[in-house]
Design a protein around this ligand. Structure first.
Ligand code: SF4
Ligand code: SF4
Length: 162
């Protein structure tokens, strides 16, 4: 297949992508919008099922994407330059996969053509999260499933599931 016939994520680096291509890489899993705690001694992260107050827990999309960093100052705007340094990014994240030279998995909407394939594959946070507005102590909601789905999906990617 000639290079030009390949989908953009196979022929462009993250820095070469235009805005629409970049935005379309997000599969909407919402796992990067969950609160997490870092152990200062080990640098390891504990995930929680508590979502940022701007996350729409029904659609798993940010409810004010354009102004997100104004309303949530610690929301990290993903860039090709900061991506390699974000140790908490889910291993299933398409940006991370492309950065690491991997292909998109079969459940990614750009591959499946189905916006709901992330949820159907059990990769999305949908149905397992609660907004931070509804909890009094985020630490009470530390859980394993975000890391488990990350490990499960990483194994699928490693085996080559396309
Ligand atoms: S982890 Fe990556 S793919 Fe999932 S919502 Fe965040 S940016 Fe999008
Ligand atoms: S502001 Fe939006 S993109 Fe940022 S963490 Fe919150 S829901 Fe996610």
């Amino acid at each position: 297949m000639a290079d030009q016939e390949l989908p953009f994520w196979k022929r462009k680096t993250l820095t070469q992508m235009n805005r629409d291509e970049w935005e379309s890489l997000c599969d909407g899993c919402a796992k990067c919008c969950l609160h997490k705690f870092e152990d200062p001694d080990t640098g390891k992260f504990a995930f929680t099922s508590v979502a940022c107050h701007l996350l729409d827990t029904e659609t798993c999309r940010c409810s004010n994407y354009q102004e997100r960093t104004f309303h949530v100052p610690d929301c990290v705007e993903l860039l090709p330059t900061n991506l390699p340094h974000l140790a908490w990014m889910p291993k299933t994240c398409a940006y991370l996969l492309i950065h690491e030279g991997k292909d998109l998995p079969d459940w990614h909407p750009l591959v499946s053509g189905d916006p709901d394939s992330v949820r159907k594959a059990g990769i999305s946070a949908y149905g397992r999260i609660i907004s931070e507005q509804a909890v009094s102590n985020i630490e009470d909601h530390i859980c394993d499933w975000p890391a488990d789905t990350i490990k499960k999906a990483a194994a699928r990617v490693k085996r080559g599931n396309r």
